[in-house]
Ligand binder design. Structure first.
Ligand code: PMP
Length: 499
């Protein structure tokens, strides 16, 4: 297994430049000095920097070079932002063109040719059914800003206040977005079950679990004593990213569309992470054919620079001028980089490529799972992939003989159909039962990956899901190198855990 490769001479120049700011008189290198100063000065709320003690100085495509001379394959990709990887030539060219043209870089929400081109390209990609009647609101530059705008939009349009959101959701860190996220407990948001196979809340998984989740949603809305008033909207991720890479079944998404449409509840698709080809379709809702009323977009649409928008059907456009203002809504460089990225993904069929390559990577990871008992589940959609690590040594959660707490799917479930066959068919695939999550092992896998020159993200309810979000431009060879390094890292990390 290849370990981290030394970086070329160019990094030495960057290294020595960075070294000038290093600790006077100490022996530490630029890399250590920068990390030490970061730890001393930056907030204790810093996140990625804790698990990934690297100092990027150059980057291209999938590869990052650190100030320590090491090279890394970057499967974090700016938390899924870099559809074309780092510093793609078409993105750099688009940015340079704006810089060299003398165009203003900051124009609030004024009209410019750069913005006009971005909107035209974006509208060209939208799901049919929304594209013809779409409005766009440029908002503050982060995903969470677009979520706030979307919540305000539907609250204004419906005159209602409550919101439907899902277990495991992540929509951002500002107040309204946080309220809709899975970690929150708030009266304005009714929390509904998001279907998942491996840890199905109903112990059923598959289509049966998704159907039960849909029925629960329906019954909460129709039961006048459910405690859930008619909401202003429903917000969902077509694939939950931070929640642990959980793709929603297409049929369940269609049910959510039908349930909301029948009750005049606007459906908001948060495609901040899933958009721009990531899941194997340009927009993840396209897999199911669902046309949402509102789409929240950020990350990849800015081509690596900050940009966020809300797209919505024109009849929702009843908010007043200035209802959602903000200073940073006119980033011309981000719009140019975004236009170039959207066009490149579209013209080069990168969504289809992500679908094909992602499916192959999932198959290979499932073969690995068959050999590695610490891999509980492998799942994903396109190049949004998750490997859930579990503790295989934990007591069998389904073994009710003498156990105090039978796990989900235990055989004393009531039998709604009154037949043993029904029970057998819905719940008791013992080979698929979930084992307890293993967050410490996942953190160890992340460290072992870094040692091997691979940057991965952790996610999921228990931070036990290793996440891969590589650029859509990676080659077959790069995909193989990623999986080699990951397999090697999992073996190394699992060794001491085997007892
Ligand atoms: N929605 C989703 C689905 C996300 O994944 C994220 C970020 N990971 C956000 C919203 C928030 O985006 P931002 O961090 O840019 O505020």
């Amino acid at each position: 297994m290849a370990v981290t490769e030394p970086a070329p001479a160019a990094v030495s120049a960057a290294q020595s430049a960075a070294h000038e700011g290093a600790h006077e008189g100490s022996q530490e290198g630029a890399h250590e000095g920068i990390l030490r100063r970061q730890a001393a000065r930056e907030s204790s709320a810093r996140t990625y920097a804790r698990a990934l003690p690297i100092v990027p100085v150059r980057a291209r495509g999938l590869t990052i070079e650190g100030a320590d001379g090491q090279r890394y394959l970057d499967c974090l990709s700016g938390a899924g932002t870099l559809a074309l990887g780092h510093n793609h030539p078409v993105v750099l060219e688009a940015i340079r063109k704006v810089l060299d043209s003398g165009a203003p870089l900051h124009v609030l929400d004024l009209a410019t040719p750069v913005k006009d081109a971005f909107t035209t390209e974006l509208f060209r990609t939208l799901p049919r059914g929304l594209a013809d009647r779409a409005r766009i609101q440029f908002c503050g530059p982060a995903g969470t800003d677009a979520v706030e705008a979307a919540l305000k939009l539907v609250r204004t349009a419906t005159g209602r206040d409550g919101m439907l959101a899902f277990t495991g959701a992540y929509h951002g860190m500002t107040a309204g977005a946080l309220e809709a996220s899975g970690g929150a407990s708030d009266v304005r948001v009714a929390r509904l079950p998001y279907p998942q196979d491996y840890r199905c809340p109903f112990g059923v998984g598959g289509a049966g679990g998704a159907e039960l989740a849909a029925r629960w949603t329906e019954s909460l809305l129709d039961d006048t004593k459910s405690g859930v008033p008619q909401p202003a909207g429903m917000i969902l991720e077509p694939v939950q990213g931070e929640g642990g890479v959980i793709p929603a079944p297409d049929q369940w998404l269609r049910r959510m569309r039908a349930i909301t449409a029948a009750r005049s509840i606007p459906l908001i698709a948060d495609e901040v992470q899933t958009g721009v080809g990531r899941t194997g379709a340009f927009w993840a809702v396209e897999h199911s054919g669902v046309v949402p009323d509102v789409m929240v977009l950020s990350k990849a649409i800015g081509g690596s620079l900050p940009l966020a928008v809300v797209i919505y059907r024109d009849d929702l456009d009843v908010w007043q001028p200035g209802a959602h203002a903000g200073t940073f809504r006119g980033n011309q460089l981000a719009m140019a980089a975004g236009t170039a990225t959207l066009a490149y993904v579209r013209e080069n069929g990168l969504a289809e490529r992500a679908g094909v390559l992602g499916a192959r990577m999932l198959t290979q990871l499932r073969s690995l799972a068959a050999e590695q008992p610490c891999i509980g589940d492998v799942r994903g959609s396109g190049l949004m992939i998750g490997v859930e690590l579990v503790d295989p040594a934990a007591a069998d959660p389904f073994d009710t003989a003498g156990a105090d707490q039978p796990g989900p799917g235990a055989t004393d479930l009531p039998d709604p159909a009154g037949s043993a066959d029904h029970l057998a068919s819905v719940a008791l695939d013992r080979a698929r039962r979930p084992l307890p999550p293993a967050p410490a092992l996942a953190a160890e896998v992340q460290r072992e990956c870094l040692r091997r020159g691979l940057i991965v993200e952790l996610g999921g309810r228990h931070s036990s899901v290793v996440r891969l979000l590589p650029p859509l431009t990676i080659t077959d060879e790069q995909a193989a190198a990623i999986l080699d390094r990951l397999a090697d890292a999992i073996s190394a990390a699992a060794r001491p855990h085997r007892g």
